[in-house]
Write a protein of this length. Structure first.
Length: 286
């Protein structure tokens, strides 16, 4: 396939590299002038999108996505599928779908889970929203860049799934941090708490797979000085998107709201650039 790839940052560049490795012809564009070895470089986003079978975007936020779509949708070729893998607000995802639909293009919102490591290894999980036809067209590309793609529903369903998942993750990580910080004050070893929780009703990914305490459980950022991993500011971004979405549909998310406040304070303080599980150090400080 001829693929246009717009946004070649930490995630986009390795994803584009995997498409190249699989034998696709990739034309890339990034405002920062980043290039990917083996890919053609376009002079603009419109240039990257023109005449392609598929156009993938991997951009920082919804405002940028809308601006880029204003440029690339008019350049889109008939029969092309537009796949947005950025994490953005649900309204911007739906607006991007509408723009594509008005031009008769197929479109999918397909944010990812798995981080930079997953992007490089081709093991991302895609959460997709859009028509069955659009998803079917995008699926072979998801299979190259990832290990799993879930068709969650219509336009915006991928972003909805992503922010619900990450809101739960933010809340559960704070819960895990609180439990280990409390155990320490009670004189209970982290290893003992892990052995109990990881096989009991408190078990969850934040404990079993990504324990916020060093030397306990499978290797995690805690064992590496809290180098991300998943940076606290990216968790804050997703939590803020979850609260924006909750407001827009009058959903009650008191724990999501509190998690957002705690990560906001953490990122404004010592948390920026650290893994989101470093929240435990803040909680231990009292
Ligand atoms: P990044 O900042 O490294 O990359 C974004 C790229 O987009 C940058 O290279 C930037 O120059 C480019 N860009 C900005 N405006 C542009 C424009 N108008 N035209 C073309 N290029 C433009 O960010 P990232 O870590 O690659 O993340 C990309 C998206 O993936 C974000 O929405 C993020 O929330 C999401 N995400 C990131 C991770 C992660 O671990 N990094 C995990 C899951 C999801």
């Amino acid at each position: 396939m001829k693929i246009g790839f717009i946004g070649l940052g930490n995630m986009g560049a390795p994803m584009a590299a995997n498409l190249l490795k699989a034998g696709h012809e990739v034309t890339g564009f990034d405002v920062a002038g980043v290039t990917v070895e083996g890919a053609a470089t376009a002079s603009s986003a419109g240039d990257a999108a023109g005449g392609k079978d598929a156009v993938i975007t991997m951009l920082p936020d919804g405002a940028i996505l809308r601006k880029v779509y204003e440029e690339i949708v008019p350049a889109g070729a008939a029969g092309s599928v537009f796949i947005d893998c950025s994490t953005v607000d649900v309204d911007s995802a739906r607006a991007a779908h509408q723009m594509a639909q008005a031009k008769g293009l197929l479109s999918v919102d397909a944010p990812v889970s798995g981080g930079v490591g997953g992007a490089a290894a081709g093991t991302l999980t895609f959460m997709a929203g859009g028509s069955k036809e659009a998803f079917a067209r995008a699926e072979p590309l998801f299979d190259i860049m990832g290990k799993k793609a879930v068709h969650c529903g219509d336009a915006g369903a991928g972003q909805s799934a992503k922010i619900c998942n990450n809101m739960l993750l933010g809340i559960s990580m704070i819960g895990a941090c609180e439990a280990f910080a409390l155990a320490e004050k009670l004189g209970l070893s982290a290893q003992s708490l892990f052995d109990v929780v990881s096989t009991s009703s408190g078990s969850c990914w934040s404990v079993n797979t990504y324990c916020p305490v060093p030397g306990v459980g499978p290797e995690s950022p805690a064992d590496n000085g809290y180098k991300p991993g998943f940076a606290a500011e990216l968790m804050l971004k997703d939590l803020m998107l979850s609260q924006q979405a909750a407001d827009s549909v009058s959903a009650t998310t008191p724990m999501g709201a509190r998690a957002t406040e705690l990560y906001d304070e953490f990122v404004a303080g010592e948390g920026r650039g650290r893994d989101f599980s470093a929240m435990i150090e803040r909680l231990k400080q009292g």
